[in-house]
Ligand binder design. Structure first.
Ligand code: FPP
Length: 246
C-alpha cells in the first residue's frame, strides 16, 4: 500500500471520521482512559494538519456524541477540558491556515464557556476559504433529522412550504450540514463496524472504511492510505458500472 498522496482529482471531497478506540489504547498500556483521550487529541491535530496539507476540501470529526453524556462524570469532565484547550489553543493555527471551522450538534447542553469558545472559533474562521473542518460535538444524527423534520413541519404549518415540494434536497437544506457536501468517505477506527448515529442521512452513498487501528495510533500515513483505498473504490450511486452497460 502506497502512502503517496492521491492525485487531487481522486481525492474525496468530504471525509468524515468516527474516532474510536481511545479507551482501549490506554488500557493496552495500563493507563487511565484519560490518557487515551489526551493521545487522541494529538491524533486529531495530525489528521487536521494532513487534511490541510493535502488540500482536502472537507473534514468532519465525530468528537462527542449526544450519547457520550452517559459516560461517568469524571470522563465527561475530562473530555470537556480537552475540548476547551483545543478550541482555545488551536484556533490561531486554524485561522492562519485558512481553515473554516464549524461545530455541528446541540448547543443547549454544553457549558456556556464552551459554547462561547465554539462561537468564537466559528466567527474567527468564518471568512476563511480553505479546508472546512467540522467537529460533530454533542451530535446525534437522529436528533438532527428530527429537528429538520420539525423545521419542515413548522414551515408547512405557517403555509410557507407546500408538502408536495418536500424533496430530499429541501430536507437536506434543514440539516446541520446544509453547507457541506455529503461525505464521500467515512472512516471508523478501532475495528468497530457501526455508524453510531453519525451522519445517517448524509451517509447514503458514502464509502465506509473500517480500520483496526485505535484512534491515538491513526497517523498521517494511515490517513493518506485511507484516501488511497478510497481512490480505488468504484462508486455507482445506484447506477451500473460503465462496462456493465450494453
Ligand atoms: C472514542 O474512544 C472517542 C471519544 C468518545 C471521544 C473522541 C475524542 C477525542 C479524539 C479527543 C478530543 C478531541 C478533540 C477534537 C479535542 P472511546 O473512549 O470510546 O474508546 P474505547 O471504545 O476504546 O473505550
Amino acid at each position: 500500500m502506497t502512502s503517496a498522496v492521491p492525485a487531487q482529482t481522486s481525492l474525496p471531497r468530504h471525509v468524515a471520521i468516527i474516532m474510536d478506540g481511545n479507551g482501549r489504547w490506554a488500557k493496552k498500556r495500563h493507563l487511565p482512559r484519560a490518557a487515551g483521550h489526551v493521545a487522541g487529541v494529538a491524533a486529531v491535530r495530525n489528521v487536521v494538519r494532513a487534511a490541510i496539507d493535502i488540500g482536502l476540501e472537507n473534514l468532519t470529526l465525530y468528537a462527542f456524541s449526544s450519547e457520550n453524556w452517559k459516560r461517568p462524570r469524571t470522563e465527561v469532565n475530562h473530555l470537556m477540558g480537552l475540548f476547551r484547550s483545543y478550541f482555545c489553543e488551536d484556533v490561531n493555527e486554524l485561522v492562519e491556515r485558512n481553515v473554516r471551522m464549524r461545530i455541528i450538534g446541540s448547543r443547549d447542553r454544553v457549558a456556556i464557556d464552551i459554547r462561547t469558545m465554539i462561537e468564537d472559533c466559528e466567527r474567527r474562521t468564518a471568512a476563511n476559504t480553505g479546508c472546512n473542518v467540522t467537529f460533530a460535538f454533542d451530535y446525534g444524527a437522529q436528533e438532527e433529522i428530527a429537528a429538520a423534520a420539525r423545521a419542515v413541519a413548522e414551515e408547512v404549518r405557517r403555509g410557507e412550504l407546500d408538502p408536495a415540494r418536500i424533496t430530499p434536497a429541501v430536507f437536506a437544506a434543514r440539516l446541520l450540514t446544509s453547507e457541506l457536501p455529503d461525505p464521500d468517505l467515512i472512516i471508523r477506527t478501532s475495528g468497530e463496524r457501526r455508524l453510531s448515529n453519525f451522519l445517517l442521512w448524509q451517509a447514503a452513498y458514502a464509502e465506509l472504511l473500517f480500520v483496526d487501528t485505535l484512534w491515538p495510533d491513526f497517523s498521517r500515513a494511515q490517513f493518506i492510505e485511507a484516501l488511497n483505498t478510497f481512490s480505488h473504490r468504484e462508486r455507482r450511486f445506484g447506477a451500473l458500472a460503465p462496462e456493465a452497460v450494453a
